[in-house]
Design a protein around this ligand. Structure first.
Ligand SMILES: [Cu+2]
Length: 254
């Protein structure tokens, strides 16, 4: 989940030096600030895995270097064939297996919270979300609170949601497999044609955040980018009634 690599921040820093907020956001090389209720749990799991793999990486590299030096070609020392070592092989199989099993149990609660226990529709702000090469479509129930009626509101690449309320997305795709990704919310879910997959999050603060596609979905994948706008409930109501007004006007012209 490292967002950008060395050269990109350097380039972006030069390109966007005039806009410091933009520059700060897109030149940061570590995880973006978390904005969802379950994000800290995801980050904690990430850091635990990072710590374990870092320790193992240095152990393996140190062993490799030691052996390279110790058993290098020298006068009076001849290379010989060694078949292997059963005890060692069993040990280095059991240890990683035990770590993986422990991780599976450790993150079980977070997985259930994020991917299994969805908020009830009546308690959540529901948005039908679908990917289409190369944009995100968002469909809201509109003033009558019913989906599939004439007053539904559709926005493209702009998702509007309330703060501190569960948002329930019903994710699908109109063509190929996309992946709905909210980096600041630590949420990623594939959008698959023919399936409606739920995903949820609860924003902790208002603001504008990124919506990305995390699946290479075609030539225009790089520009499949949207924005998540988090408002207070009253600001959201204002925004949605403006959009409802626009939808009504469009309908007259159709
Ligand atoms: Cu895509």
């Amino acid at each position: 989940m490292i967002k950008k690599f060395g050269i990109i921040p350097a380039l972006a820093g030069t390109l966007f030096a005039s806009d410091s907020a933009w520059a700060a956001k897109y030149t940061a090389w570590w995880l973006p600030d978390n904005v969802s209720t379950f994000g800290t749990q995801v980050d904690k799991t990430f850091y635990i895995i990072l710590a374990i793999t870092t320790v193992i990486f240095f152990l393996v590299e140190a062993t490799l270097l030691t052996f390279l030096i110790k058993y290098r070609n020298r006068e009076g020392q001849k290379a010989k064939f060694i078949h292997g070592h059963h005890t060692l092989e069993i040990v280095w199989t059991i240890i990683p297996a035990a770590i993986l099993v422990w991780l599976a149990f450790y993150q079980r609660g977070s997985w259930a919270e994020i991917k299994q226990n969805f908020p009830a529709e009546k308690d959540a702000f529901v948005v039908e979300t679908s990917g289409q090469q190369f944009e995100w479509h968002f469909n809201y129930a509109g003033p009558d609170q019913q989906f599939g009626t004439a007053d539904d509101i559709e926005t493209i690449n702009q998702l509007h949601v309330p703060v501190e309320k569960p948002v329930l997305l019903k994710i699908s795709s109109k063509d190929v497999i996309h992946s709905f990704f909210l980096p600041e919310f630590r949420l990623k879910q594939d959008a698959v044609p023919g399936l409606v997959i739920p995903a949820w999050f609860k924003p902790l603060k208002t603001g504008v955040f990124d919506v990305a596609c995390a699946e290479l979905c075609g030539l225009g994948h790089y520009r499949m980018r949207g924005f998540l706008n988090v408002y207070t409930q009253s600001d959201l109501d204002t925004k949605l009634s403006e959009l409802a007004q626009e939808t009504e006007e469009e309908d007259i012209w159709e």
